[in-house]
Design a protein around this ligand. Structure first.
Ligand SMILES: [Zn+2]
Length: 339
């Protein structure tokens, strides 16, 4: 099959479009003909060595496609089934896996990092991790799991967003930020989005944000307070990390929830503990998402209540260009690779 692989970790130039062996199915597995694969920041971390992978390696966590082969005993999908992958790999035996929280598994890994992913014509997956896509095209389906699944887990499952809440979403131009705006709006929340450029702020507003703050020019906590009658945000959605964490804490209303789902800018942050306890703040760490989260997202997307914004579709052999765009933060929404 054709695939994009890398034989050593490094910049976008290590990605090579080449022939690779077809995946061989093991027990319980199915072979998926990849029709669209989303590009994510985790792809860059696996490519550049922040995350270790086997070599050579095939990236790609967000996979939608058609089942073309199943191993014996698999009966939830058949050749011809149109599916999207639940990309959380795990042991399936621990207490978390057995109680519906596979994203807390001690042996958690991601498709495309701990195993070869969807930057290829074919990918193999555990058949149980293939969810049917009904009423959705492959491109829309491939744009949903990482961004909308994670936003759903953070805002709905963890922070219990509800009508009337004020939600601050950092870096709304990213795929995850964009998804968070939509999920929060779906629940009737008031959304304050931040971005680093006026062009992205305008896009955030046109995609549902109620207010927009330029985080490179404005004092975000002060602005949030001004927009919420002096109280602050009920929920802050922070996937930026060290650079924004203290401001996130300062922007929260009493009783507010900090949804912390990424550390793009670093893992250490000096936090004012006094403010956390005096204001009864909750820190809701959010890591990936459950099959349940993804199933809900798929259903709402099929009803057109959630809709990813596809910024660009590129052929598989342009994976390096896709990474360049993502690293330069030029995109608004999702970049897809089409094998
Ligand atoms: Zn487990």
């Amino acid at each position: 099959m054709k695939a994009v692989r890398f034989h050593r970790q490094g910049g976008p130039e290590v990605l090579v479009y080449e022939d690779a062996p077809n995946p061989q199915l093991g027990d319980g597995e199915a072979l998926v003909w990849v029709k669209a694969c989303g590009v994510n920041r985790v792809d860059i971390w696996a490519r550049n060595g922040k995350y270790k992978t086997q070599l050579p390696h095939i990236l790609g966590t967000d996979v939608a496609g058609e089942v073309i082969q199943v191993s014996q005993g698999v009966n939830n999908v058949t050749p011809g089934s149109q599916v999207v992958a639940y990309p959380v790999l795990r042991d399936r035996t621990c207490r978390y896996c057995k109680t519906g929280r596979p994203n807390r598994c001690e042996k958690i890994g991601l498709l495309g990092v701990a195993a070869d992913g969807g930057y290829a014509q074919y990918v193999k997956l555990h058949a149980e991790d293939l969810l049917p896509i009904r009423g959705l095209d492959f491109k829309t389906a491939a744009a949903l799991p990482v961004n909308f699944g994670t936003a759903w887990n953070g805002l709905v499952t963890r922070a219990k967003v509800k009508a009337g809440d004020s939600v601050l979403v950092w870096a709304a131009g990213s795929g995850l930020g964009f998804a968070a705006i939509q999920v929060a709006k779906l629940f009737g929340a008031k959304v304050i989005a931040t971005a680093g450029s006026d062009a992205k702020l305008e896009l955030a507003m046109s995609h549902g944000a109620d207010y927009a703050i330029n985080h490179s020019k404005e004092d975000v906590p002060e602005k949030v307070r001004a927009l919420t009658g002096g109280y602050g945000a009920d929920i802050v959605f922070d996937h930026v990390g060290a650079e924004t964490w203290q401001r996130s804490i300062m922007a929260l209303a009493k009783g507010g929830v900090l949804v912390s789902l990424g550390v793009t800018t670093g893992e250490e942050s000096g936090v004012n503990i006094g403010r956390v306890y005096r204001s009864e703040l909750t820190i809701a760490g959010t890591y990936a998402f459950t099959t349940d989260d993804l199933t809900k997202v798929l259903k709402l997307a099929s009803q057109r209540q959630l809709a990813p914004h596809i910024y660009k579709e590129l052929p598989l052999n342009s994976a390096g260009e896709a990474h360049r765009i993502l690293e330069a933060r030029e995109q608004f929404g999702k970049i897809l690779l089409i094998p």
